[in-house]
Unconditional design. Sequence first.
Length: 236
Amino acid sequence: MRPPRDYRPQQFYAVTQRGNAGQWVYRDTQDFEKALELMGRYAKRYRVGLHGYCLLHNHAHWIFEASTPESISNLMRDMQGRYSFYLNRKYQHTPWLLIAPLYGCKNTDHFSPYLRMGPTNWTPRHDARFLDSKGFREFLRYVENNAVAAGLVRRPTDWPWSSAAAHLADADADDLLTLDHWRQIFGNPATIAHDWQIYLNGPREEVQHNAARLRRLHTGSRHNRPLNFATGPPGN
């Protein structure tokens, strides 16, 4: 049996979950909306604060605040389980549509019987890293620029499946986000959206350097201990 994750209450964590072998797990608007609906449901159930997110076709980034040592693990278990049930039911007759983008094709007639059976949805375990105050700001900027870096949109707010628009409006119409910590960091209520926009867009060189550094970080999934960019997990 694998040991449980080492999450600490009232601490912040960057969590990333990827499609198995790079497969798509969010193919259309219905898929993205279902994933966010499930995330909101289980975040409330386990009292996990959601501080930022971005869903791309083959992976998702989340910034969570744990309420108990088990809260984030329980959320991810239930959310991924229910979403996998939804995904397998929706694509039960066309499962290869989730892996066709890996091969750059739309016609799957040449796929082997094995490929046409469809893939396992998720990598075995999600990645997790503890975030200190600096790490929180940097990872949130990385997350909300993810769709821009992937070449899907020109501006962070153009991608509807991230928290960028809510932060730049200083309001979350979908009632998914916890905005208090972000507001504490960026301070002045009169200028917070403007200040965040400046930081989010940042000097291109700084944003690119930060994104490259984050991609080089080792995952905490192997040792079941969320890793940190700066000072190490709390208590170490």
